[in-house]
Design a binder for this molecule. Structure first.
Ligand code: UTP
Length: 256
């Protein structure tokens, strides 16, 4: 059973400066709710009620947001040096211990108005397959350099068994156009693999590199989720998300 969810929120958020000078971009509101709260609600819907937030700056705003009025168990830990997503996940190790867990990047806002949330879909898949899972989506070929990109063997029309993973490949070097987005389920052996991972693209410790080792030794699945995903780390995605949430959640009274 997966009970814990980690939210890395320690990135620089350079694309949203100056808004992100004193607060993490995960506190940016989409209509009336900060990104981190959409993400936490998605985790709760998936049955994950132990929440760990890894933050670099603006710790206070996150703490204030999730004060005692919020019915969940949460802890906040600090990534002192921002050495990449893999490193941020490793920072959360003391909160996770030796059990499978989810990782949610709250700046990727995922919504499925038709059924289970993306994380809930992934938790169900984990219960069936019991290995690490990354959420993927098809992206235009010219955008592969913004993502980790996978290739693998299709085992169901929406599931691949991963055999290749490349971080931010140029379009001509990309093994496919299947891009990893900000939802992961990880088995705890990932921590030792991250520890053994040297800094990669951009001098950062990449979760993609650790996952590639896991895929070579065992099994990593890539799952084409049902639903919409907005890249709220970019201005375009943020505005799109705002319009979508206003029309579909706020105006219809589903936002709370
Ligand atoms: P991004 O690649 O979006 O980087 O990080 P960023 O620094 O947040 O944003 P820009 O590109 O400067 O605008 C992906 C995710 O990993 C987290 C971020 O918070 C984000 O959720 N992250 C990244 C960390 O927690 N720590 C890191 O050292 C790096």
């Amino acid at each position: 059973m997966i009970k814990k969810c980690l939210f890395p929120a320690a990135g620089y958020g350079t694309r949203f400066l100056p808004a992100t000078k004193a607060m993490p971009k995960e506190m940016l509101p989409v209509v009336n709710k900060p990104l981190i709260q959409y993400a936490v609600e998605e985790a709760l819907e998936a049955g994950l009620s132990e929440i760990g937030i890894v933050t670099g700056r603006g710790k206070r705003s996150l703490e204030d947001h999730f004060d005692i009025s919020y019915e969940l168990e949460h802890q906040i830990t600090r990534q002192v040096e921002m050495k990449g997503l893999g490193h941020a996940i490793l920072t959360g190790r003391p909160l996770i211990g030796d059990e499978p867990f989810a990782v949610v990047l709250a700046d990727d806002l995922c919504l499925n108005l038709e059924g289970d949330s993306v994380l809930k879909q992934m938790v169900k898949l984990y219960n069936q397959f019991r290995c690490s899972i990354v959420a993927i989506q098809e992206v235009p070929p010219e955008e592969t350099n913004k993502y980790g990109v996978i290739a693998g063997e299709m085992i169901r029309d929406d599931i691949f068994r991963v055999n290749t993973m490349v971080e931010k490949p140029k379009p001509e070097e990309a093994p496919s156009n299947l891009a990893i987005i900000g939802r992961y389920i990880l088995t705890p052996d990932i921590f030792d693999l991250i520890e053994q991972t040297e800094p990669g693209k951009g001098g950062e410790i990449q979760i993609t590199d650790a996952l590639m080792k896991q895929a070579q030794d065992g099994c990593v699945l890539a799952y084409k989720f049902k639903g919409k995903r907005f890249d709220c780390g970019s201005a375009e995605g943020y505005i799109e998300a705002t319009n979508f949430c206003y029309e579909n959640l706020y105006k219809t009274g589903k936002a709370h």
